[in-house]
Structure formats: structure tokens, C-alpha cells
Ligand binder design. Structure first.
Ligand code: ATP
Ligand code: ATP
Ligand code: MG
Ligand code: MG
Ligand code: MG
Ligand code: MG
Length: 268
């Protein structure tokens, strides 16, 4: 390209840097909402978990998986979503900036596009943004540990937030008092406090909040009926079953082996 110049200006292309992602590695793009602490406040998100916001995040992530190439699995919680491209992807010649910006812009435009489906009459009062980063993982173990890290983060934050907002909403504490009360407590202490003082078993809280959302591709049998007209038999109703690849959402544990044993085709 630097040699076959159409104009004398074209040499400037040579200033572009090569950001090809190393072959064979999983390419992970993680997005995170910009200043969502404020965004959540300004859009009256429920505390500790707003299900409309989580639904919209998952819907936007599904649009990313359906509209871009070669994403095998995505995992999201709070205002973040991670997208894992197949090891073998050659989409945009594995150029990191192309993959990351396509993910970020498809996600952001979908977040705005589908807003009304989740928030109804509650208006979107300013355009949200998401930052992105690219990380490469060479082994299946590294990739599983990456996803485990994000799910462990979801668990730790959700346990804290559940304890915090229970103290505020049900315990009548101020936010400052709740913070002081939880200062220095371990997971076991928070579980115990929820159980003994509020009769809540943390393990019975919503899996969506405790585990986050995992999106994968699955073969789903879809049955549909059609009326057809046959020469001898006349009009007749027939049933078709066809198998289609579909993005499915799961709010399950992805740290243990079970999920990976049940879905052996996600990793290569
Ligand atoms: P940064 O721009 O550095 O990411 P941030 O304000 O987005 O800053 P995060 O650490 O990403 O900080 O935290 C996201 C915040 O968004 C959470 O702490 C929470 O207040 C809010 N939030 C995101 N999703 C939800 C939700 N579904 N329900 C309630 N609050 C949410
Ligand atoms: P890629 O995804 O590789 O960028 P592309 O189809 O977007 O593919 P570009 O080289 O970016 O290819 O070209 C953008 C095309 O969009 C133009 O060739 C033109 O057909 C169309 N286009 C963009 N802006 C306008 C406009 N204002 N008026 C008419 N056509 C436009
Ligand atoms: Mg952040
Ligand atoms: Mg954020
Ligand atoms: Mg975040
Ligand atoms: Mg273009």
C-alpha cells in the first residue's frame, strides 16, 4: 500500500501501527459503562439491582453476538460485558482496534436502540458511553480463569450490595451507618447477618444477581406449522421442526467444571 500509492499523500497510511492479535489466542473484549454510578442515579436504577438495566445490557450483548462474527461466549454483570472471540477467528485480520471498536459501538448503539423496550416511559436523558479493552488468553485454563474472575467479582459486589441495601431498606440504617456496619466484614459475616437479622438466605437470592449473565450459541429445535395445499388431499396443516443456532442466556455458575462439561463446544 505504501508502494502502490494513488496519491502523494498516501504514505501517511504507513504511520498506522500494527495491532494484530497473536494467533491461536482467545481475544477478549471487555466493555464497561462510563461513569455508570452517576448514570444509574440519574435514571433511577433500583438498588442494589435494577433488572431493566441488566436486561438491556444482555439484550445489547446479544445484538453484538448476532451482528458481529465469531463470538463464542459473552459474560456480563453490572455495567460490564466481556466478549470472547473464537481462537481461530480471522475477522478483520484479528486487528485489535477493529474488533474492540466494533464491539463497543454495536453495544452502545444497541443500548440506546433498545432502551425503550426495557425502560418504557422512563426517558434516556443523555447518551451513555462504554470503554473497551482487548486481552489475549493463550490457554483454555487462562480463559476460564478470566471468566471466573469476573463472576467472582459479581458475587463479591452483589453480596456486599445486598447486605448494604438490606441494612438501609429493611434495617432502617442510613447509608453511612450501613457502610460502617459492613466495614471489615467477611463474606461469612454478611451471609450470617442477612440470615439471622433479616431471615434471608443469600443463596436464594436471584441467580441473575448472584451469577451474572452468560450468553452462548445453542442449537434449538423450532417447531412451526404451515398450511399447504396438496393436489389430492387438498389443504393440510403440516408441522416443521428445524434446528437453529440461537443465542441463549444463562444465569449459572461458570467457575466450576459442570457448565464447561455441559457445553464442550464453546472452547476449541
Ligand atoms: P467507570 O467509568 O470508572 O467505570 P462507574 O461509575 O461506571 O465508573 P463501575 O465500577 O463500573 O463505576 O460501577 C458501575 C456502577 O453502576 C455500579 O457501582 C452501580 O452503582 C451502577 N450500576 C450498574 N448496573 C446497575 C444495575 N443493574 N443496577 C443498579 N446499579 C447499577
Ligand atoms: P466497511 O464496513 O469495510 O467500512 P463500507 O461499506 O462502510 O464497508 P466504506 O469504504 O467505509 O465501505 O464506504 C462507505 C460507503 O457508504 C460509501 O462508499 C457510500 O456508498 C456510503 N456512504 C457513506 N456516507 C454516505 C453519504 N453521505 N451519502 C451517500 N453514500 C454514503
Ligand atoms: Mg471501571
Ligand atoms: Mg463503569
Ligand atoms: Mg463496572
Ligand atoms: Mg465503512
Amino acid at each position: 500500500s505504501c508502494v502502490m500509492a494513488k496519491s502523494k499523500f498516501e504514505y501517511v497510511r504507513c504511520f498506522e501501527t500494527d495491532d494484530t492479535c497473536l494467533r491461536n489466542c482467545y481475544i477478549v473484549v471487555r466493555l464497561d459503562g462510563r461513569n455508570f454510578h452517576k448514570f444509574a442515579e440519574q435514571h433511577n436504577f433500583m438498588k442494589p439491582n435494577d433488572d431493566r438495566a441488566l436486561g438491556l445490557m444482555a439484550r445489547s450483548a446479544r445484538s453484538v453476538m448476532e451482528d458481529l462474527e465469531d463470538i463464542a461466549i459473552a459474560y456480563g454483570q453490572s455495567d460490564e460485558f466481556s466478549f470472547v472471540f473464537k481462537r481461530s477467528t480471522n475477522w478483520f485480520k484479528r486487528r485489535g482496534s477493529k474488533l474492540m471498536t466494533h464491539v463497543a459501538s454495536q453495544f452502545s448503539s444497541s443500548y440506546v436502540f433498545y432502551w425503550k423496550e426495557y425502560f418504557g416511559e422512563q426517558p434516556l436523558i443523555y447518551p451513555p458511553g462504554f470503554d473497551g479493552r482487548v486481552v489475549l488468553y493463550p490457554t483454555n485454563r487462562n480463559l476460564k480463569d478470566y471468566l471466573s474472575w469476573r463472576q467472582a467479582d459479581c458475587h463479591i459486589n452483589n453480596l456486599y450490595n445486598t447486605a448494604f441495601w438490606t441494612l438501609v431498606h429493611k434495617g432502617g440504617l442510613s447509608t453511612t451507618q450501613a457502610e460502617e456496619r459492613l466495614n471489615g466484614t467477611l463474606s461469612a459475616d454478611k451471609n450470617e447477618m442477612l440470615f439471622s437479622e433479616f431471615n434471608m438466605n443469600y443463596n436464594n437470592e436471584s441467580p441473575l444477581h448472584r451469577k451474572g449473565t452468560t450468553l452462548i450459541w445453542e442449537k434449538v429445535d423450532e417447531t412451526s406449522t404451515k398450511r399447504i395445499t396438496l393436489p389430492k388431499e387438498g389443504e393440510k396443516e403440516v408441522t416443521f421442526t428445524r434446528s437453529r443456532r440461537k443465542v441463549t442466556a444463562h444465569n449459572c455458575d461458570i467457575i466450576g467444571d459442570l457448565f464447561w462439561e455441559e457445553h464442550p463446544d464453546i472452547l476449541e
